[in-house]
Design a protein around this ligand. Structure first.
Ligand SMILES: Cc1cc2nc3c(=O)[nH]c(=O)nc-3n(C[C@H](O)[C@H](O)[C@H](O)COP(=O)(O)OP(=O)(O)OC[C@H]3O[C@@H](n4cnc5c(N)ncnc54)[C@H](O)[C@@H]3O)c2cc1C
Ligand SMILES: NC(=O)c1ccc[n+]([C@@H]2O[C@H](COP(=O)([O-])OP(=O)(O)OC[C@H]3O[C@@H](n4cnc5c(N)ncnc54)[C@H](OP(=O)(O)O)[C@@H]3O)[C@@H](O)[C@H]2O)c1
Length: 491
């Protein structure tokens, strides 16, 4: 260890990869987690925990397949299905933390209240133990891993305060039990809205209305030839939007025919919904997509254009989240227009020394979060140890401004090109020509096969001996767990 200390705030996915990346580079990580377990949103409890903003519901299943979602040197168990329950994800995070001995670096029930810049460089971090006790510790570097979904977003509507039924943000939704025999409005057009609306329509709500102001595009988890949708994403694909459009049309050729409203090309659409069920719920009549809301009555909802939905017993706002940092100065991370000012979505240019602070996981990933956050953490510690040099603040500002969709809330950035960009800077993006020279089969798998995270452990710092085999096992690991007939009878 170099003796340089890194404060890591949060022990969710971003925190765990940050701890590992730090000790791999000889830095000394100390992780503060306000709750009593690791996992962040994957640590499921019946009630929201104190200070918890984002949460999953009981039935959540990953929206990216396991081979695209894993950490680059730690595959999900072969026997597990391609899409995973919250229990399995939480178990995986525990086994990752145990395998790499990460837990000894974590202080639980430690809530970070404030971070201040020291005049001689580095940071003072104030931590509360939740029982009135406060301590202050000094660090050389800070990694903020507190999650992008840090405050539920509640839209306001005229009359909402007079509405008599259940009003709930999706972060409090756990299952359908409170909604039986009710007519329910679910607001939102992305994955949570779709999953909650379908679950209610299946499980005893009288009628469910899905209110979308702009419509949506539905991506099925699995499509042609029973392939998980994201395994089609390879480095050789130039137009990723076209592929996504094709995938969306596997199940639902014409979205407008079943009321999903959206005939726009995929690049113009804001909301993506990963869902395998919505078309069936709609054609069976239990779920009706409707337009946006104009106002609420005591037990009614008036839609834009005047239609009134009567006898509404509950409304669930699956309207997403906002990002806030209670312990950081806003000017460090946001500009005057409230846009995040993070170089490479990681280093805040509002601090004096952006190469001493990193924010990991501060965007809504369009692809799987885990490998993208892992590369951010690997890149960040390479910045800390000065293997990667940051450009001047002006250059970083110009670079941030070139990417207009990186706003205050990074709505779905394309993770695969982003991962390549970070990997390139730390020397972990495999070179096609170099690989072709010594291992042509591997070069083909890296370029024309799925862009799996293992490809970032083939070369550069911290390679993993198992990476090559893992790359060649992707299809077997995906199909074998769901085909017990073949594995039992056809060995
Ligand atoms: C419903 C839902 C489903 C999702 N499904 C998927 C999916 O299928 N696949 C996928 O890739 N991604 C999914 N995501 C995205 C998900 O957010 C990421 O996968 C990832 O888990 C986020 O990890 P994180 O560490 O950035 O944040 P979090 O999981 O939010 O963890 C942040 C941690 O920081 C701690 N913390 C916060 N503030 C403080 C403080 N002041 N002091 C100390 N500790 C603090 C929190 O207690 C928490 O443990 C989903 C998100 C939601 C909301
Ligand atoms: N594993 C899974 O299956 C799964 C399930 C759920 C969520 N997730 C993940 O969890 C994260 C959060 O997803 P999310 O669906 O909760 O939130 P989200 O992706 O931020 O979507 C929020 C939705 O709310 C709508 N909305 C926002 N403000 C509105 C308003 N004022 N009126 C009407 N609609 C409004 C948006 O529609 P507009 O397009 O109109 O803005 C959008 O569809 C994402 O990363 C997602 O991938 C994963």
């Amino acid at each position: 260890m170099s003796g340089k200390r890194v404060a890591i705030i949060g022990a969710g996915v971003a925190g765990l990869v940050s701890i590992k990346s730090c000790f791999e580079e000889g830095l000394e990580p100390v992780c503060f987690e306000r709750h009593n377990d690791i996992g962040g949103i994957w640590y499921y409890t019946e009630q929201l925990r104190k200070g918890q903003a984002a949460a999953t519901y009981d039935s959540v299943v990953t929206n990216h397949s396991k081979e695209m979602s894993c950490f680059s040197d730690f595959p999900f168990p072969k026997e597990w299905p391609p899409f995973l329950s919250r229990l399995r994800v939480h178990e995986y995070l525990h086994s990752y933390a145990d395998h790499f001995a990460l837990k000894k670096y974590i202080k639980f029930n430690a809530d970070v209240m404030k971070i201040e810049a020291n005049s001689d460089g580095g940071w003072s971090v104030t931590i509360s133990n939740g029982a009135g006790g406060k301590t202050e510790e000094v660090f050389d570097y800070v990694m903020v891993c507190t999650g992008v979904f840090s405050k539920p977003h509640f839209p306001s509507y005229p009359g909402l305060e007079t509405f008599d039924g259940i009003k709930m943000h999706s972060n409090e939704y756990r299952d359908s039990s409170k909604f039986k025999d009710k007519r329910v409005v679910v607001v939102g057009a992305a994955s949570t809205a779709g999953e909650v609306a379908c679950e209610l329509a299946r499980n005893g709500s009288i009628q469910v209305f899905l209110s979308m102001r702009n419509g949506t595009v539905v991506i099925p988890r699995i499509g042609v030839q029973c392939t998980p949708w994201d395994l089609l994403c390879s480095r050789s694909i130039v137009n990723r939007d076209r592929i996504l459009d094709k995938i969306a049309k596997w199940r639902i050729q014409d979205r407008t025919k079943i009321g999903l409203q959206c005939s726009e090309p995929i690049v113009n659409i804001k909301s993506l919904m990963v869902n395998d069920d919505i078309q069936d719920r709609i054609v069976q009549g239990k779920l009706e997509p409707v337009v946006g809301i104009e106002k609420f009555g005591k037990n009614s909802v008036t839609l834009v254009k005047g239609r009134i939905l009567d006898d509404i017993g509950a409304v669930v706002f699956a309207t997403g989240y906002q990002i806030t940092f209670q312990f950081l100065k806003d000017t460090w991370v946001f500009d005057e227009s409230d846009n995040l000012q993070l170089y490479k979505l990681v280093c805040p240019i509002g601090v004096d020394e952006p190469d001493r602070m990193a924010l990991i996981g501060m965007f809504a990933p369009g692809g799987a979060a885990f490998p993208a956050f892992e590369l951010q953490a690997r890149w960040a510690v390479n910045v800390f140890v000065k293997r990667v040099k940051l450009p001047s603040k002006e250059q970083m500002r110009a670079c941030i401004q070139k990417k207009p969709k990186y706003g205050r809330f990074y709505r779905s950035i394309s993770t695969l090109p982003y991962q390549e960009e970070l990997a390139e800077e730390i020397g972990a993006n495999p070179s096609f020509w170099k690989t072709l020279m010594y291992d042509p089969r591997l070069a083909m798998a890296c370029w024309y096969g799925p862009q799996v995270p293992y490809t970032y452990r083939l070369q550069g710092p911290r390679t993993w001996d198992g990476a090559r085999e893992a790359i060649f096992s992707v299809w077997e690991n995906t199909t074998c767990p769901t085909n017990s007939y073949r594995s039992t009878h056809m060995k």
